[in-house]
Design a protein around this ligand. Sequence first.
Ligand SMILES: NC(=O)C1=CN([C@@H]2O[C@H](COP(=O)(O)OP(=O)(O)OC[C@H]3O[C@@H](n4cnc5c(N)ncnc54)[C@H](O)[C@@H]3O)[C@@H](O)[C@H]2O)[C@@H](O)CC1
Ligand SMILES: [K+]
Length: 537
Amino acid sequence: MAGTPNRFQLIQQFAVTAAQMQAIETRIFDAGMPVAALMEKVALNITRHLLSILHSEYTSTPVNLIGVLVGPGHNGGDALVVARELLYRGYRVLLYSPFSKHKPLTADHFRYAASLGIEIVEAIAQLADCDLIIDGMFGFGLERPIQGDLAQIVETVNSWWNKPVFSIDIPSGIHTDTGLVLGTAIRATKTFCLGLWKLAFLREEALPWLGTSELIDFDIPVTDIHAVLGVSPDLRRLTPELARSHLPIPLPQNTHKYKQGHLLIIAGSRRYTGAALLSGLGARASGVGMLSIAVPESIKPLLSFPLPEALIIGCPETDNGAIASIADHINLDSYDAIACGPGLTADNVSVIQTVLNSHRPLVLDADGLNLLAKLDPVTTLSNRQAATILTPHRREFKRLFPQLNHESHTSIEGSREAARLTGAVVILKGARTCIATAESVIINPESTPALARGGSGDVLTGLLGGILAIQSRRSQPPELSAQVAVWWHSLAGIVAASDRTELGVDAFTLTQYLNLKQLLSHFPQFTPNGNIPRYNN
Ligand SMILES: NC(=O)C1=CN([C@@H]2O[C@H](COP(=O)(O)OP(=O)(O)OC[C@H]3O[C@@H](n4cnc5c(N)ncnc54)[C@H](O)[C@@H]3O)[C@@H](O)[C@H]2O)[C@@H](O)CC1
Ligand SMILES: [K+]
């Protein structure tokens, strides 16, 4: 169990809109912090971090000449302070600002930079020979699409495809709240998000533009954050500390196997045998006390060997080799949790009806969701007494909830709406998986495209089912099991991809990376900037 989060761990859990960031900033200024002093502090923190990156990551292709794009507002002001500091550190810096007017503080920094002899160029083409571009054109003040000459400038920078571009706060052209491109946008190699994570960083739409992103802390007081966002905001980032704090360890010394949860997986068909196996391997990694797997009778022998610890139960099957009905001797209500769906085929709605009628916490995935879609998901789920966790990807989600406006709903709003409609926990899977309840949405900010692969969802279902079975014994809310499983699964994918490349993470391999001890040993590198926080205020 992780301890109470310190300030740095806490700010990693928050995400803000532009308006919220402005409100926080206003409180800081109203309390007496001079605007110029804050800009100086922020930009010095950016510079320090930038220099550490140049010294560690750009050793074989050293950076000497740095081009800085300067916007009219305070994003441009930040960039000018960074430019000045880089000059002091011995870098040659070129400034380019396609604006005739700047906010007063930005204009002052510009004048001072010029007085120091920093070169100011008149056309974007003059930055073509730079080793690195710093994008300080627009931050959260972007208020309309980038058009005309400005759009040309952005396109020119993007055409230098092998030149690193570091964006300050957010890539210019990306809307802070929606993550959408307004007109056109800088395609950053890295983005230094300032103070608090902006909402765009949790939006899949923005990912192609953000590059790798890092939070540059500038000591925003927690009281100001709480004053604007509340103590427990309804939208949060799933941090490692948060997920770890919900892990079911250490186990009670006097526990026994039934107290550690009994999971029933209902999965597989003659056609999709592997789905049942992958779910079983996912469940094994969860540490669940007892594992039973119901499959069509004919594939039972295929599971007994690789999963010797599991009780494999054969069910009557259809001509196609799908489960026809749940075996008579299975009492669904005797399990601590049920995970149903992988590889079932979409043939037989009665199976899912039986499962939904049980009174146990339930994970529905894959064909379980496709079958649910044939019923009336909202009414059916609203009527369930026990917890339900749905794990759809986008396509399954659309099928389940055709009444939602999928054009305008993003994952965050869509998953929240679905959770409100059904009372279920909705895990909407994607590059930024959302875990929604009727009250809140938690978003997983760390994942890997390596998980976009057949079978990876089956592994998650088993892992989640196992955690849910353990935790339902401890009366833990189901959404916390969902958070643990999503984090665990994505961390396994990240570590597997770093060992084997993103192409090397087939679903079976993924199951071999679920070893929690090994994953936790990788943990320090997932704290921002590799820093162990020094403070506890
Ligand atoms: N909020 C904070 O706590 C801090 C913010 N800082 C910086 O300040 C930034 C926000 O500064 P600003 O509010 O000045 O906003 P920006 O610097 O993002 O830009 C706003 C300016 O751009 C113009 N503009 C917006 N969209 C345009 C478009 N499409 N075409 C042409 N002009 C356009 C606006 O008229 C305005 O003059 C942040 O992103 C960050 O970089 C830091 O300096 C200090 C701390
Ligand atoms: K920017």
